[in-house]
Design a protein around this ligand. Structure first.
Ligand code: ADP
Ligand code: MG
Length: 242
C-alpha cells in the first residue's frame, strides 16, 4: 500500500507531544504532532503555537537527511502539515542522550560550566519511564533489567555517534551549534531503527554567531519568542534541504 493513501484507523497512544495512530497498513503508524509543551517531567505545561507544524517539518527533513547518509530510521513520509507516516516499532525504553558541550543536568551533576566543550561526544543512557523521572542508567542496568541486549546496546551507541557526526555538520551548516539531544530507537522486522522525533523539543541548539538559545530551553526558562524560535529553526532546516 503506498504511504500517501494511508488513513488513521485508531488512536493507539497519546503522549506529551504527539498522538500515535494505527494506519490502514498494519506495519505503519501515523504520528500527529501537537502544540503541547511540557518540561521538568511534566510539571510545567503549556502550548507553543505552530510547534507541531514546525517539529513535523524539522523531523521529516532531518530523518530524510540521515536516511540519505545510510542511517536506518522509522521515517516513511510526511503526510500533512502535522502528520508523519512511520514504521511501527517497539520502542526500546532507553533515552539515548548525546552531548557535545556541557549543559543542563550534566552541568549540575559534574559541577561544570555550561558551554564547556567536551573532548569527545558523550553518550548517556536514561531509563524511559516518566513515573521514575527518566533516571540515568548504564549498560549494566539496561542488561540487568532486560531493557536491551548487549548487541542492541552496542548498535545503538555506535549508531548514535554516527548520527552525531551527521547532525553536528548539518546544524553547523545552518549556523546552529548542536549542544546535546535525545534519541529513541525501536525494534522492527528490519532491525533496530532510529525512531521518535528530532526537533528543538529534544535538542539544545545555540546560534553559532549570537549564542542565542533556539530550542525548548526558551520554554523551560520563560525566555519568550517561542513560536518564532521553532519557526526560525524550521526555516533554516528547510533552506538546507530544498
Ligand atoms: P512521550 O510523552 O512519551 O514523550 P510523545 O508524545 O513524544 O510521547 O510520542 C509518543 C510516543 O511514541 C513516545 O513514547 C515514543 O516513544 C513513541 N514512538 C515514536 N516513534 C514510534 C514508532 N515508530 N513506533 C511506535 N512508537 C513510537
Ligand atoms: Mg516525547
Amino acid at each position: 500500500m503506498s504511504a500517501d493513501k494511508l488513513s488513521k484507523v485508531e488512536k493507539l497512544y497519546e503522549g506529551k507531544a504527539k498522538v500515535l495512530y494505527q494506519s490502514t497498513d498494519p506495519s505503519l503508524l501515523i504520528t500527529f504532532f501537537k502544540d503541547d509543551a511540557t518540561a521538568f517531567n511534566g510539571q510545567k505545561k503549556g502550548s507553543i503555537g505552530e510547534k507541531g507544524v514546525c517539529n513535523n517539518s524539522i523531523s521529516s527533513n532531518i530523518f530524510m537527511m540521515l536516511e540519505a547518509h545510510g542511517i536506518k530510521t522509522h521515517f516513511v513520509s510526511k503526510l500533512s502539515e502535522r502528520e508523519m507516516v512511520v514504521k511501527k516499532v517497539t520502542i526500546i525504553p532507553i533515552e539515548v542522550v548525546v552531548r557535545n558541550k556541557v549543559a543542563g543536568s550534566l552541568a549540575k551533576r559534574m559541577g561544570a560550566p555550561t558551554g564547556k566543550e567536551l573532548p569527545e561526544p558523550l553518550v548517556e543512557l536514561y531509563y524511559k519511564d516518566d513515573s521514575l523521572g527518566d533516571p540515568m542508567i548504564n549498560r549494566g542496568h539496561a542488561k540487568a533489567f532486560n531493557l536491551a541486549t548487549d548487541q542492541e546496546l552496542e548498535h545503538i551507541e555506535t549508531e548514535a555517534l554516527k548520527i552525531n557526526k551527521l547532525l553536528v555538520e548539518f546544524f553547523k551548516g545552518i549556523g546552529l551549534d548542536l549542544v546535546d539531544y535525545k534519541l529513541e530507537f525501536g525494534r522492527s522486522p528490519e532491525g533496530v531503527l532510529l525512531a521518535d522525533e528530532i526537533s528543538p523539543d529534544g535538542c539544545r541548539l545555540w546560534d553559532i554567531n549570537s549564542g542565542e538559545i533556539l530550542d525548548k530551553d526558551r520554554f523551560r526558562k520563560d525566555l519568550g519568542k517561542l513560536t518564532e524560535t521553532y519557526q526560525e529553526v524550521n526555516r533554516r532546516v528547510s533552506s538546507m534541504v530544498k
